[in-house]
Design a protein around this ligand. Sequence first.
Ligand code: SAH
Length: 362
Amino acid sequence: MSALQKINLFDLDRKAMEALFVELGSKAFHGRNVLKWIHKHGVTDFDAMTDLPKKLRTELEVKAEIRPPEIVFEQPALDGTIKWMLELADGQRIETVYIPEENRSTICVSSQVGCALDCSFCSTAQQGFNRNLTSGEIIGQVWLATRELGRPPTNVVMMGMGEPLANFQPVVTAMDVMQDDLTYMISKARVTLSTSGVVPNLYRLREVSDVSLAVSLHAPTNELRDKLVPINRKYPLEQLIPACREYIKGDKRRKITWEYVMLDGVNDSIGHAKALIRLLEGTPSKLNLIPFNPFPGTDYKTSPPEQVEAFRQKLRKAGIMAITRKTRGDDIDAACGQLVGRVRDRSRRQLRRVQSDRLANG
Ligand code: SAH
């Protein structure tokens, strides 16, 4: 880091914050206070941190900054879901989604700009991979949502753009910050990391974190999964399943959530359900069936609801807890696999409409 570059305090978890303040010749507890100011109180101005000595505040002005991502565009959906397009310091754009439900509120957080994994049914894949997010850019999404909503979310899912296990340390650091009782206090059961199966990093994750795990399965055989989720060619099912079992080993209450996108005529037959039952035998599992969310240019089609229901019933009869995930925010392209981090023509039109409505309403 050059002498001129300021440290973005959004990048620091409790330990790093304490270490920074000790390094500055101050006390670790001031570091904890700053963490609390930023995340609990939403303060980004050192002068407002009234319990810090004046001299320390002046020094922080010179050496550090607290820079959240900026909202460039907000799209509310009819069902209350909100999608924010955020701009990062270098002009890159990502998306964050807020999903309100009766008893909880969930923020869906991005971990990368774009994604390198190239799953054939995901629109994020179409834009390719740009770069990893820093831990500050990841926790910054939770910070922003908390400010916008006036309260912290009850749940966070690492299910936005990108593959979280391909950006390991920043994701782990950000997940640590959101669980800290000086910040958002979101319990490990309410933080979910979703991965398409970067097997070595699943083992690493187990060593440093115990958040809930969701795995994008989407197919019961290697032959089919190779096509839908190409990382399967590198880490096939016979490696993925044991890694997942290992992750929850030792805690009888834990289950793996398997995500399974329902693609008409591709992976949604009763034969596929049977193969899935065999594959998951002996693994404590929950299955989330996700109706495919279409996007421009895709040839895939959503399975008919009767087919999804028949598939679900087959699994249930075999004792596998299976639910059909309700599609949220699809009218604003905020649903699973629709996040792209760029303004499409349609949203530009909507932006103009929002702007002209605002003008018309004074
Ligand atoms: N890269 C991680 C995090 C993304 S989570 C992962 O793969 O798990 C988003 C979930 O939505 C994943 O299960 C993904 O496979 C699924 N998804 C992607 N595109 C979709 C689409 N068009 N319709 C429905 N689900 C989709």
